[in-house]
Design a protein around this ligand. Sequence first.
Ligand code: C5P
Length: 226
Amino acid sequence: MALDVPRAKEALNLLDRLPDVRWVKVGPVLLTREGSEFARELVARKLSVFLDLKWHDIPNTVAGAVNAARELGIAMATVHTLGGAAMLEAAAAAAGDALGIVGVTVLTSHDAASFGDAVGRGSDVELDAEVLRLAELAQRARLRGVVCSPHEVSAVRRLLGDEAWLVVPGIRRRTDPHADQVRVATARDAVTNGATHLVVGRPILQASDPAAAFQEFVEEAQWVER
Ligand code: C5P
C-alpha cells in the first residue's frame, strides 16, 4: 500500500485500521517531512517497507544511501536506471540479500517527446523499447527487478525471465476512478501478466472502508491462475 498521506500520524492511524497490510510504500513527501524515524516505526511494526526515493546520483553516494536503507531494515528501494550501469551495480552490491533494489525505467509522466528531449534524442525515441532497454540494464547490474506500468509488465516479464520482481503501480478495480493514472489495470490482470508486487494508493486511501477495499485487492490478486 502506498502511504501517500502528508503526515506520519495519518499514516499510522490508517495502518491501525488495516492490520492485514504487510507492505507499505514510503515516498519522498512523507520521508522528508517525518524523517527516518518514521521508517523505523514502520519496521518496528513488522511491516515490509518499500522506500521509493528513486535515487539517481554518483555510485558512491547511491551505495551509501542503500547501506543506510539496509541498516534501517528497509525491504525494497528504488533507483533510476538512467543513473547507469556503475550506479546500478553499486546499489545492488550494497543491498545484500535482505534489501531488494528495483529500477525505475521511464517515468510514466514522460511522453516520447519529453523523454527524447531529456536524453538528447529529440522525438526519435520509442518509449516501449526504452523501457525494455533500461530493464535489461537493471538486470545486467543484478538489481532485484524493476518498476513498470501495467502496460509494460508482460513484455518486461518475457525479457527478464521468472525471477525478477516486477513492481506495478496504476492498479484499479473496474469501478475505481483512474484519477491521473493513464495506464491502469486490475490486480488480476497485472498479476496474470507477471507482476510480483502491486502498488495501490488512492483506491484504498480514499475508500470509505479502507480495510474492505484492501481486502478486495488482495482477493483479486490471489484469484490468478498463472
Ligand atoms: O494512488 P495510486 O494508486 O495511483 O498510487 C500509485 C502510487 O504509485 C503513487 O505512490 C505513485 O507515486 C506511484 N507511482 C506511479 N507511477 C509510476 C511510479 C510510481 O503511480 N510510474
